[in-house]
Each structure stands twice: as C-alpha cells, then as structure tokens.
Design a protein around this ligand. Structure first.
Ligand SMILES: [Zn+2]
Length: 118
C-alpha cells in the first residue's frame, strides 16, 4: 500500500506504507513526538499558572479590608480607574498611612446593591 501523506513535522509530502504514518522520516517522527510532548507540558504548565493566578482572588474575596491593588483586581478594573472612583467619591476609601489607602470590602459590595447616583 502506498499512500500520499503530509509530514506532521516538516510539512513535506511523502509516500507512506500505512495510513497511520504521521511523518516522513525517523528524524521527523522523533521531532514530532518531542514537539507534541513539549506542547502537552506547556498546556499543563499554563493550566497550573491559571490556578495560581486565580488563588489570590479567592484570598482577596475573604478579606474585609483591601488595598487599592486588591480592590482593582476584585473589580477587574485598573488601579487608575479605582483611584478615579475614590477621588470622585464613588468608592469610599480611608488613608491609613501616607501610601496605604484602604477600601472596605463591604463598601465595594454596596456599590452594586444601591441604585447609582450618577
Ligand atoms: Zn518530515
């Protein structure tokens, strides 16, 4: 049996003996296998990264008082936007120390329960 196939690694046409053959040569077969394994590892790693990234959000949700950075993450907006909301009085924030603005978690929740005044 002779079947025309396209190599999964180098993309060249080749004549295969079987319909299951995926690469033109031993070299390409090895490379294709390596790439496949590598992509699998990358996919696993990306998944782990997502889990790690999602964890802080769970932590933030459990806190009663937030930093501007945490609150921005929670609201899925930029820190800059949040500062603007604090400046215009939309979100209440307390200046605990010179560089530490604290927002009460409950004040953020209130934003979504009371009718907007703007
Ligand atoms: Zn090849």
């Amino acid at each position: 049996m002779k079947i025309l196939r396209v190599c999964q690694h180098c993309g060249k046409d080749f004549i295969a003996q079987r319909t299951t053959t995926q690469s033109c040569s031993d070299h390409c077969a090895k490379m294709y296998y390596k790439t496949k394994k590598r992509n699998e590892k990358i996919a696993i790693s990306n998944k782990e990264t997502l889990i790690i990234k999602a964890k802080p959000l769970e932590e933030i949700k459990s806190k009663d008082f937030l930093t501007v950075k945490d609150a921005a993450k929670l609201l899925n907006c930029s820190v800059r936007t949040l500062y603007r909301l604090i400046d215009n009085g939309t979100i209440r924030a307390v200046n605990l120390s010179e560089r530490k603005i604290t927002i009460k978690r409950a004040d953020i929740d209130v934003l979504f329960t009371l009718p907007q005044t703007i």
